[in-house]
Structure formats: structure tokens, C-alpha cells
Design a protein around this ligand. Sequence first.
Ligand code: ADP
Ligand code: UDP
Length: 252
Amino acid sequence: MMLRKKLYEGKAKVIYRGKEPNTLIQYFKDDATAFNNKKKAVIPGKGVINNFISELLMTRLNDINIPNHFIKRLNMREQLIHKLEIIPIEVVIRNIATGSIVKRLGIEEGKVLPRPIIEFYLKDDKLNDPIVSEEHIIVFEWATHSELEEIISLSARINDFLTGYFYSQKIRLVDFKIEFGRFWSGQDNSIMLADEISPDNCRLWDILTNKKLDKDRFRQDLGEVDIAYKEVAYRLGVLSEKEFKKVLKNDF
Ligand code: ADP
Ligand code: UDP
């Protein structure tokens, strides 16, 4: 195997230096973590599935002119991406109340929100990713006012698009987390969507039964996590049943 420089190993992915300047390779692992790394497991095939799902969603978002870091998928577990300067904020968009908003604010579980809500969390595991305000982001210079406006506007478009896209596959997009970064060209930079969009960072419920098809199956010990991720992949038409069975059996 070609030797290449590992730049970073995170909880779900490894980042390598790409061959071309200003590119990186994202390697999707099977590792799953929750509750700030306190709960850990390996979900066989998860990395492959997330690689393919994220490829599909980033490509569709690119089709509607949402700038994002995805360049091309390299193999079952890796994709080539633009190197960005990550803005250290996790952007959460919520359509239905569940998870931390229910615990923190006592909102009724499953309440359909009158309009989507956007929240910001500081990307800092040591501090437990605390929720922050727009004021914090600007005053502490995690992003400028105009960058934040761009992030909010892109997030609303991404939510509208993904909500419809998942709905057409009988999946409710309950909430999700995304990240953005600065794409530098010369002295100028522009905001791009980064990281991944997959059942690891979206809550996805079956429209008819509300069955959870995402990482909550792992967080809440609901079982069949790999099957749920696989189901999302099937519904999105990412891989045929035959291809998937082969992939999962051989374990790359
Ligand atoms: P974590 O760092 O939270 O453990 P991951 O295991 O998913 O998460 O690691 C992937 C890391 O790569 C994240 O920290 C993410 O911010 C970063 N990243 C994602 N996309 C890009 C990009 N285009 N350029 C630079 N860094 C990126
Ligand atoms: N999320 C994520 N990474 C995190 C925290 C949250 O991808 O570090 C996603 C999570 O999967 C969900 C959304 O962001 O889709 C909102 O999560 P919430 O704030 O409810 O957090 P949790 O209940 O996981 O603490």
C-alpha cells in the first residue's frame, strides 16, 4: 500500500494528506462513539456505508450549488476532499424536538417544531461541545459576522433540500449536525460545507413507524445498528442489495 501521511485520527474518520495540493483523504472507520467518547463500539461496515451516503448527499448538494468539500470517492472507505480551515462550530439544525433540546429545555419529545431551529456548539471535546450563541461566535472570533450569515443561509438551504430528499424515501429528517470550513484560494476564502452527512450525524426516522434509522440505535442500545444504516443506504439507492451483502460479508 502506498505510504502517505496521516494528519489526524478522529473518532469516526482518519484524515490523510492528498496527492494534489490542498486536498485531503477522508477514511471512514467502523468505530462509533457517543456521549463524548464514553461509549464505544465497532459497527461492521459503517464506514463503507457512511462513505457512500455522504458521497451521494454531498453530490446532490453540489448539484443545487451548495459549495462543499467533496471531490470524488476513491474506494470503499475513502474520499478525496478539499482541505479546509475548519470553523470550530458544530451547526445543528432541528425539525423535530428530541435529544439534547428535550433534556435541556423540557420540550415535548417528538414535537414538530413550528420552524426549523439552528443551534451552534463549540467543537471542543474537552469542554463537552458546549452550546454557544451567535454573539460568542463573533466576539471570540470563531467566525466573522458575514461568515456566520453565510453558514445560517447555507444551513437553511441544506435542511430544506435534505428534508425533501429523505422524505421521498419515506424517511423523516429529525435533526442533523454539519460543519463548515474556509476554502482558501490565494488571499480569498469562501465558506464550504465540510465533514460528512450520514446516519452518524443525522437523526432519521421511518415516516410510518418512527423507527430510528441512525446512531441513536447505538446510543440507546436499540440493536441492529448496522442493519439500520444499511436500510438508509438501500432506500437512498446508494448500493444494491447484492453489492451490500458482498461488502458486509468480505469486510474489506
Ligand atoms: P472528530 O474530530 O470529532 O473525532 P472525525 O473522526 O469525523 O471527528 O474526524 C474528522 C475530522 O476532520 C473532524 O475534526 C472534521 O472537523 C475534520 N474535517 C472534515 N472535513 C474537513 C476538511 N474538508 N478539511 C479539513 N478538516 C476536515
Ligand atoms: N450530533 C453529532 N455530533 C455531536 C452531537 C450531535 O453529529 O457531537 C448530531 C446528532 O446525531 C443529532 C444532532 O446532532 O442528529 C443533534 O444532537 P443533540 O444536540 O440532540 O445531541 P445528543 O442528544 O446526541 O446529545
